[in-house]
Ligand binder design. Sequence first.
Ligand SMILES: [Zn+2]
Length: 213
Amino acid sequence: MERVVIPAGEGRAVEVRAGRVLRIEAMDGLQVADAAFVALHNHREGYHAGQTVALNMLAGTGTMRRVTTLWSRPPYERPMLTVIDDPVGVHFAWNGGRCSRGVYAVRDGIESGHRTCQDNLEEAVRPWGMDPDLVPDVFNVFMFTDVEDERRLVFRPSPARPGDYIDLRAEIDVLAAVSACPSDTSATNGGAPKPIALEVRATDDGDEPGPGG
Ligand SMILES: [Zn+2]
């Protein structure tokens, strides 16, 4: 088993081979993680939030807030990962966004200098030689965000408690870049960024994967 602790406000990436399980853990609770998935051997094939929500709703396997199958973007459109254990049960599946220069400028009036999930994800994929322009939509783990009156985005504190996690089984070989969100200006992380842990293990029952796994 591989375990990587992402320091508060930073990002890291891990390879998850098909059949293996990625756990994303809110070690200290009250913290969101932004996860960007691309096919390990073709970085252009990235996770697509809108298509994922649509396909899960069409298949009866998810909602705008909680999905089962994470799909890559058209024209590839393959299941990349499957959520197999999700005790928190809250994502922000339909949006695909992350904190960025634009978010801090428009929402908080901070024009520059604030660290962002976009920065973290770009840095995390660099060791794999991935073009940072290819960082795709993100899957907002443990993030509880609502829309009020169809026009107001409300960022609520993450419901994740210490040790809470989500387990995702890789359906293809993926590169998983994860940001321990550095936001201290919204309620999502309780005003204080905290670390996130990543674990990659063989299968959901602990066995070694079989041939091709
Ligand atoms: Zn963020």
